[in-house]
Design a protein around this ligand. Structure first.
Ligand SMILES: [Zn+2]
Length: 55
């Protein structure tokens, strides 16, 4: 199975993981030929807070 086949199969689903410091979930969304993976962090996640502080 190739990675693109895997991502196509996962389209619209969520995968656990994606962050070392919280119980994040990754949301897979296929848009045309491009697959977007969005990481959803816990509200308490230190990594998420760091990202927000940089903005
Ligand atoms: Zn996180």
């Amino acid at each position: 199975m190739t990675i693109s086949t895997l991502l196509a199969a996962l389209n619209g689903s969520t995968i656990p993981g994606g962050c070392d410091t919280c119980n994040a979930e990754q949301e897979v969304a296929r848009v045309g030929r491009i697959t977007h993976i969005t990481v959803h962090h816990d509200n308490q996640c230190p990594t998420l807070k760091q990202k927000q502080n940089r903005r």
